[in-house]
Design a protein around this ligand. Structure first.
Ligand SMILES: [Zn+2]
Length: 122
């Protein structure tokens, strides 16, 4: 089961306690009555939906009930971090956080702490 860390409860909880709430960091226009229909459409309906890293809103519906933001990879479904609503978009070095086989594919053997068949560390 996928575990998600609630930044308010400060603990990892099962995904069943949470609900996805759309893309994060969508700024509401300050004077929404004066914007054009095209601008309103862009604000209200158009979302980026990228493959890979996304910034999303989540809600801890079966816990504290609060909204928070998360950084997630849509390919691996890995949550990189969660942070409280209203906090700025974090600047994350995703390459440094990847530790799986795919992340190791482009590294020199000396960086991987692997051993050769004769037991020597390369
Ligand atoms: Zn919570």
């Amino acid at each position: 089961m996928l575990l998600i860390r609630c930044p308010y409860c400060e603990e990892e909880r099962p995904e069943l306690e949470f609900r996805h709430a759309g893309e994060a960091h969508i700024a509401r226009p300050t004077d929404i009555a004066s914007i054009s229909d095209e601008e309103f459409e862009k604000f209200f309906f158009i979302r980026s939906n990228p493959k890979g890293i996304v910034y999303e809103r989540w809600r801890h519906v079966h816990g504290c009930g609060r909204f928070f933001n998360a950084v997630r990879n849509t390919v691996s479904d890995k949550f990189y971090m969660t942070y409280k609503a209203g906090e700025p978009k974090p600047d994350i070095d995703f390459a440094a956080m990847e530790t799986g086989p795919a992340a190791s594919a482009n590294r020199e053997p000396s960086e991987l702490n692997v051993t050769s068949g004769d037991g020597e560390t390369k």
